[in-house]
Write a protein that binds this ligand. Structure first.
Ligand code: ADP
Ligand code: MG
Length: 706
């Protein structure tokens, strides 16, 4: 039996005190469905948090199965939260990029059960809430009601005696609320459910008991325990206690309470605040909430490491505040119309959207200084930063150019993004490259999570840099711990790479194509069939590990791609012609596949999304060798003029109006010799089609980032 004895809770507020709970006396049955009703601010959430051990009472006692909690230590609370309580919140707090199954499994990650058992239990919990056939979906593909059911499954998976739900239907419509209530009612058959709700009808229909609160006190209880019931429950409590005394203590260690820093965090900000903010903090917030509700210290560390490895903190050069734009798109300010509802009126949209886009604020980060700061701090092994970091990875604004000869004998850029763009354009008439440009003009780099949203997630980042280890190791231990080497070995040199399989030893068909293992015809057939909604035969090809390790890849230095054309005095991209590409390929740096890796069974959030992992040494090699190139030297020598067109960079003259720009061009031309003028005119005149023009624009845009 769960019993609250004269529970009081005071919060310091300003110079006074808020008496959130003013002496609550309640007893709960082992299994019943209790609804708590009451106006906002009357203390419902506070009471729930105290029952769940998320918050400490100021006075009184919480008695759990006959045992007082007055002398509970942190580890007792940890154990209580982990074994006895499950939480369901109004916001579902699911991890968006993980499947439904993974979200539920996560709650069991450190409970000491094997991966297979975890999966079994998670599947069972999901079946209980009617989602047994949606295991592989992601939260984003689900309705609110379904997400709340996942959250219930997550609360259920530890098989707790008590489930606490704080306004679980607060964000749901009536119909889906009913589904959620049905489930809660069903699971209340053999456990205690305490639910805060604002909806008296739902409470009346589904719960077996309604408790009303007002201003920190209980004003009404529809079904308090009878004296006989209390006696019965007390008896059961004492027999249970005797039995558990005979049983051995759980063999699992709960870790040494919460780590010091987290403890600080909790006492400073308050555990409840953390809970409330979980949604907005994102992944780590959720991990923290989970870890509080599951009650594990070690859990926090593991989840932090796992989630941070797949969702690292990223600091980008440009930071754009999209709030105003989002608000405009979502039309938030639509309620202040001061006209009667008798005719049809205009609502401004075009102006607002464009205005918001024009006024988007971007700030530039000083990454150069930040990098030297990081390097300095990280070199000092005693610094706080060094201790807090698991690894640092720098990305540079250039594409790793890797080519391979595919099964058709064609030299192919080993990159899924380009493939997708080409195929989409050819067969579906969708120009994805314009989407890339759009998101880049919003300030997202092409491999930011935002960008992968635009371009379809899995398609990007076929080639991915692997996190390097401390003290110059090619690969970080964080990464090595997540993956099993199924063949060969990890790379040791800059020109060595690994193939990354998923947990089922599979590679997606797009990746296979981009790695040159399947033909262009096959990819095209697939797209055509999908576009025309025809059936396709599933490709059943397989490759041996040896075949994979015999694949040949060559990386081309970005700087080698440009050759000086003596006739025009301008630079040309050798990749534009077949012979140029062949030349580059023949002189490229050969990359050897030294091993094949696969996420191991205990990894919930594997670090790599790509299919080929290369070392940071390769990045360094390419960046450093770029300095040796003629083209780059020429560009650096004359930073104002584009070496490809001979024209001044537009960037530099960004504020000029059209007339100003024309004037600028005229005065530039007047400085040219006759031959140069002729060359320029030829270049300008030879742009007959719109297609070529857009190609030039694309090249110019590209050129800036080279
Ligand atoms: P309910 O869930 O019924 O809306 P709460 O339990 O959240 O109400 O809050 C009860 C009272 O306690 C409110 O007056 C609220 O302002 C106060 N309160 C809740 N949490 C805190 C806190 N962490 N610090 C200070 N005051 C708090
Ligand atoms: Mg509340």
């Amino acid at each position: 039996m769960l019993e609250l004895k004269n529970i009081k809770k005071d919060y310091p507020a300003g110079d006074g005190t808020v008496h959130a709970l003013k002496g609550i006396d309640l007893k709960f049955r082992r299994s019943e469905f209790v609804s708590i009703l009451g106006p906002s601010g009357c203390g419902k959430t506070t009471m729930l948090n105290i029952i769940g051990g998320l918050d400490q009472y100021t006075d009184g006692d919480l008695v759990i199965n006959g045992k007082s909690t007055k002398d509970f230590k942190d580890r007792d609370w940890d154990s209580y939260r982990n074994h006895t309580i499950g939480f369901v919140f109004q916001s579902y707090n699911l991890i968006p990029h993980q499947t439904v199954l993974q979200n539920v499994e996560l709650a069991l990650t450190l409970s000491g059960v094997s991966k297979a058992e975890r999966k079994k239990r998670a599947v069972k919990a999901l079946e209980e809430v009617g989602l047994g056939n949606q295991l592989r979906k992601r939260p984003s593909e689900m309705s609110g009601g379904q997400m709340q059911r996942v959250a219930i499954a997550r609360a259920l998976v530890n098989n707790p005696d008590i489930i606490l739900a704080d306004e679980p239907t607060g964000a749901l419509d009536t119909e889906t609320s009913i589904q959620v209530m049905e489930i809660l009612k069903r699971i209340s058959k053999d456990r205690l459910i305490i639910m805060v709700t604002h909806n008296p009808e739902l409470a009346e229909t589904y719960s077996s008991r309604i408790i009303r609160m007002l201003d920190g006190t209980v004003t009404d209880d529809s079904a308090p325990l009878s004296e006989k019931e209390v006696k019965l429950e007390t008896m059961r409590d004492s027999t249970d206690q005797e039995q558990s005394r005979k049983k051995k203590k759980p063999s699992m260690s709960f870790g040494t309470a919460f780590s010091l820093s987290l403890k600080n965090l909790f006492t400073k900000k308050g555990r409840t605040t953390l809970t409330a903010f979980a949604g907005s903090i994102g992944i780590i917030g959720i991990a923290l909430v989970l870890s509080i509700s599951q009650g594990f210290t070690t859990y926090i560390d593991a989840i932090q490491e796992e989630t941070l490895s797949s969702y690292p903190l990223t600091i980008e050069k440009t930071n754009t505040d999209l709030t105003a734009l989002m608000e405009t798109f979502m039309n938030i300010d639509s309620t202040d119309a001061d006209h009667p509802l008798d005719k049809v009126y205009v609502k401004p949209a075009i102006y607002d959207i464009i205005d918001a886009m024009n006024n988007m604020e971007s700030t530039e980060n000083d990454l150069k200084s930040f990098k030297s700061y990081l390097e300095k701090e990280d070199a000092d092994t005693d610094s706080d930063l060094h201790k807090a970091l698991n690894g640092i990875q720098y990305s540079y604004n250039f594409d790793m150019l890797v080519y391979t000869k595919n099964v058709d004998g064609k030299i192919l850029r080993s990159d899924t993004t380009e493939l997708l763009q080409e195929l989409m354009l050819e067969y579906m008439n969708v120009d994805m490259s314009s989407m890339t440009t759009m998101s880049e003009s919003f300030g997202f780099s092409s491999d930011s999570p935002m960008m992968s949203m635009f371009s379809g997630g899995a398609s990007s980042n076929l080639w991915e840099e692997m996190l390097a280890g401390d003290d110059g190791a090619a690969i970080s231990d964080v990464l090595k711990n997540q993956y099993d080497v199924v063949y060969g070995d990890w790379p040791h040199n800059y020109n060595e790479i690994v193939l990354v399989l998923d947990e089922n030893n599979e590679l997606n068909d797009m990746a296979l194509y981009a790695l040159g293992l399947t033909s262009e015809e096959e990819a095209a057939n697939m797209i055509k069939a999908a576009t025309n909604q025809e059936e396709v035969k599933r490709n059943t090809s397989t490759w041996s590990y040896e075949e994979i390790c015999n694949m040949e890849f060559r990386t081309i230095l970005n700087s080698d791609c440009y050759s000086h054309d003596a006739a025009t005095g301008l630079y040309q991209d050798l990749r534009d012609t077949d012979t140029g590409l062949q030349y580059l390929y023949d002189n490229g740096i050969s990359l050897k596949v030294t091993g094949i890796i696969r996420p191991n069974k205990d990894t919930t959030a594997p670090m790599l999304n790509g299919s080929i992992g290369y070392t940071s040494d390769l990045t360094k090699y390419v960046v450093e060798h770029a300095k040796e190139s003629d083209a780059i030297a020429a560009q650096l020598e004359d930073p104002a003029t584009d070496i490809f067109t001979g024209l001044p960079f537009q960037e530099a003259k960004g504020d000029l109006d059209d007339a100003g720009k024309a004037e600028e061009l005229r005065s530039y031309i007047s400085t040219l010799s006759d031959t140069d003028k002729a060359a320029l005119y030829v270049k300008m005149m030879s742009v007959p089609t719109e297609e070529e023009l857009s190609g030039m624009v694309a090249q110019a845009v590209d050129g800036k980032s080279r």
